[in-house]
Design a protein around this ligand. Sequence first.
Ligand code: PGA
Length: 257
Amino acid sequence: MNRKYRKTIIAGNWKMNMLASEIKPFMEQLKENLPKVRACDVVLCTPAVLIPALGRAGKDCMVAAGGEDVSCFDKGAYTGEISAAQLADVGAKYCIVGHSERRQYHGEDDMLVNAKAKALLAKGICPIICVGESLEQREMDLTMEYVAFQVKAALSGIDAAQLRRCVIAYEPIWAIGTGKTATAEQAQEVCEGIRAVIRKIYGARPARAVSILYGGSMNAKNAEELLACPDIDGGLIGGASLKPVDFSVIVKATDQD
Ligand code: PGA
């Protein structure tokens, strides 16, 4: 982390878990455990139907609500889709785009991820743009090449002013939901590489200001070490974000000097 230049963000990704009736008890437990003074922004990205309830419950403990996906279209005949305007309307401040599960199960490509990020920016929502390599790519030593390509594609046509509202999440696919975390060295190396890619496109200042998160089996035990890395500005947390105590331990782990 480098709090001098950029925001630290701990974002949960609930995926397709939790019911509306579970939000109140979850938030009560979270509130009990979260420090009132924090070194980071806290966000919970949830299925869109849960955002209004989460927004209400999260208000008095400063937890922002976010979406997990968005349509690239503005409005109209797109049955089942949810627009950025609709997410903004129910109070979403952030939204994940390009999660590897969307890329894998819903055929999302880099062009679509880019269009979704732009749709969010147009409505004042911060996109959390996910990138990351497969195990095969890592073993073939293609990690940085592939991740650099994803970052460039996702940011295509986004100007420096808009970049300030973008968050990048480096999530190696092999570490997601597997309990296999990237080592702090591996995660730092790629996050530093992502910042270098952004520096090449936008220059030193914008690159220094962009928050880059690590995601992939981050938990209450390994968060501190990962968050101590200079180019890791927070976490995108799946499994551990469903446990209020563990999630709050991760939030507390941002309080390092
Ligand atoms: P995980 O998920 O923390 O359960 O590995 C992270 C993610 O998919 O964003």
